[in-house]
Design a protein around this ligand. Structure first.
Ligand SMILES: [Zn+2]
Length: 373
């Protein structure tokens, strides 16, 4: 498949199925953000809808290929939280969930014949953003899949979806792409000095999409660096700053479910770097430009203390990831309850307050090494 970096076995498997006209009714692309789930799903739609001869598909040049690249092919419907392609308001909104209406529209369209090509595709990004009723509606369609309609779901982790839904999909686990391949992609797509290629390839942790975005967008890189600097600076910050940061992150999370992905990843990888430095194993570090700082911090802490804290980061991430699934009441209720009576927050088992509490505990409980010159 064109433009796919890594994931060779999965790409070949999908290519063969498309060639033989034997695509499954639903595929579940699972993996971290930026690893290539959407790219692979779109390449599959291109392979199936491309009008070039079989062995040249997807050609990337025909009308169908170009329409899919721009995500406006009549037989491709994109469904995601707060955004839906083919509508005028294709801008991200504050919505955190995939509205059930979108699933209903997709179900109706799936029952119809393709408009231009041989098949219809429904790309459901971040399927974990569906509430149970939307997932149930989708499940009904997948229980009696309409011929020539294919659902392509992307998800962070299949455990965030109902097992009944997962069982109806062919699962494709996208592993992080090996570092040399990420570095090669960076060299091919951006003119960066070798040390910057190396640094970004390490920070990417196998997410090619992330690496390419970081390499080609200065704005993305600036925002990322500011976030990373502030986060790592929390190491030496007092309660006030730590709490302020937790509150700020929780508020961003209320508006955008993806807002915590990158900060939590940076926080976890930073502390893992500190642990590796403490064990004298920093050849596996992610923040290779901050090695000296990691070693200085590691000198003040014991490896068991750092690994206990890493465990707490994982726990907080798990708790927050489970947030949407347990969502039963409007977010406002939780938020208001917390403002009126902060102590009462613990009584609410789900919702944004849960994320806020998890973040407060996480940052206040972080190790406190002294600042080093
Ligand atoms: Zn084509």
């Amino acid at each position: 498949m064109r433009g796919i970096i890594g994931h060779d076995a999965i790409a070949r498997q999908l290519e063969r199925a498309a060639e033989r006209g034997r695509l499954a009714p639903a595929y579940l692309f699972a993996g971290p953000p930026g690893v290539g789930k959407t790219t692979l799903a779109l390449a599959l739609a291109q392979t199936a809808l491309c009008t070039a001869p079989h062995d040249a598909r997807p050609c990337g040049a025909c009308r169908a290929c170009r329409q899919i690249e721009r995500r406006n092919h009549p037989d491709l419907m994109l469904i995601e939280a707060g955004r839906s392609l083919g509508e005028q308001d294709a801008t991200p909104t504050r919505a955190r969930v995939i509205p059930i209406e979108r699933i209903r529209v997709a179900r109706q369209a799936a029952a119809l014949s393709p408009l231009e090509g041989q098949a219809r595709f429904f790309l459901l990004r971040n399927a974990e953003d569906m509430r149970p009723e939307a997932a149930d509606a989708l499940l009904k369609t997948l229980e009696e899949p309409p011929p020539r309609s294919h659902f392509l779901l992307t998800v962070l982790d299949p455990s965030l979806l109902a097992p009944t839904l997962v069982s109806r999909c062919q699962r494709l686990a996208l592993r992080p792409v090996p570092l040399p391949e990420v570095a090669a992609a960076l060299r091919a797509h951006a003119a960066l000095p070798p040390e910057e290629v190396d640094r970004l390839a390490h920070l990417a942790q196998g997410r090619v999409g992330w690496a390419l975005q970081a390499a080609t967008s200065e704005r993305f890189r600036t925002q990322y660096e500011a976030m990373r600097e502030r986060l790592i600076g929390l190491c030496h910050a007092g309660d006030h700053d730590r709490l302020a940061y937790a509150t700020e992150l929780a508020e961003r999370y209320e508006r955008d479910r993806r807002a915590l992905d990158e900060p939590l990843r940076v926080w976890a990888t930073w502390w893992r770097d500190v642990l590796l430095a403490g064990l004298g194993r920093d050849d596996g570090s992610v923040h290779i430009d901050l090695g000296a700082l990691a070693r200085a911090v590691a000198l003040q802490l014991t490896p068991p203390a750092v690994s206990r804290y890493l465990w707490r980061i994982a726990e907080a991430a798990r708790l927050i990831a489970g947030d949407v699934r347990g969502h039963v009441a409007p977010d406002g209720l939780f938020v208001d309850a917390a403002r009126v009576a902060p102590g009462a927050a613990a009584l609410w088992p789900t919702g944004s307050v849960n994320a806020r509490l998890a973040l407060e505990v996480l940052f206040l409980g972080a190790p406190r090494p002294a600042r080093v010159a």
